[in-house]
Design a binder for this molecule. Structure first.
Ligand SMILES: C[S@@+](CC[C@H](N)C(=O)[O-])C[C@H]1O[C@@H](n2cnc3c(N)ncnc32)[C@H](O)[C@@H]1O
Length: 225
């Protein structure tokens, strides 16, 4: 068994480090020693974009849509979105860490097929909360995969995103009929209730970590304005 090798690290704003590690062809991003995302398991990250597109295609069959993704990670959700959306779409990806953008243009890029090179994709190095608070235009969908669920682990201030105020801001940033998608490693009934209280129609999807190959169940909330 190969050992994990350290590749690079970057300081987090609230303290601590994000690290990029490699083991043979596999790479992972860790926060404070906890795996945030790896190159070899991405069925549920793909599903986050796929399920949102399934919801939206009733209103916009050609899927020429405006999408905001919170968290680039290794780019799997972005790549899945780009496989589905139409040629006139704009997919903005907000990523907190400049280093993650750089890693995606370097050693991590191949894992998801270099989605940042697609001209419909725009990487913005910023907190996704800022793009929710100040949308340039209403989004058709906002997809959040910035922590391991509706609790801030990358930075404490991410808790705002899952709070009544943050959910109200996402609601307001969506066009009527638009969809907020949230990825989580586990279900959380309190979060479903908070989404409903913010005015959303909520559906909880259980998806497998490795897609058709199975693996642990992850949770995706789809909350329609
Ligand atoms: C679990 S990974 C995302 C995985 C991604 N869905 C994929 O398919 O590879 C989480 C990413 O969100 C970023 N992030 C965390 N908090 C953020 C925030 N408030 N705004 C933007 N990006 C954030 C992290 O730096 C990390 O790159």
């Amino acid at each position: 068994m190969l050992a994990w090798e350290f590749v690079e690290s970057a300081p987090l704003k609230g303290g601590g480090y994000m690290e990029l590690m490699r083991r043979g062809k596999e790479m992972v991003i860790r926060v404070e020693g906890r795996e945030l995302m790896g190159t070899h398991v991405h069925g549920s990250e793909d599903a986050l974009a796929d399920i949102a597109c399934d919801y939206l295609r009733d209103d916009a069959p050609e899927l020429n849509i405006s999408m905001l993704i919170g968290g680039l990670g290794i780019g799997f959700t972005l790549a899945a979105a780009l496989r589905r959306v139409g040629p006139a779409s704009r997919v903005v990806v907000a990523e907190l860490m400049e280093a993650v953008g750089r890693w995606n243009r370097g050693p991590l890029g191949e894992a998801a097929g270099h989605p940042l090179e697609d001209e419909r994709a725009l990487l913005v190095i910023d907190d996704v909360a800022n793009l929710i608070r100040q949308p340039v235009e209403p989004y058709d969908t906002i997809l959040l995969d910035v922590d391991n669920g509706p609790h801030g682990i990358t930075q404490e201030s991410n808790n705002w995103l899952y709070s009544p105020m943050g959910l109200k801001a996402s609601f307001d940033a969506l066009r009527p009929g638009g969809v907020l998608g949230v990825w989580s490693a586990a279900d959380d009934r309190n979060f479903s209730r908070r989404l409903e209280r913010a005015g959303f129609l909520v559906k909880v999807h259980q998806v497998r970590a490795r897609g058709a190959k199975g693996g642990p169940k992850h949770t995706i909330w789809m909350a329609r304005r």
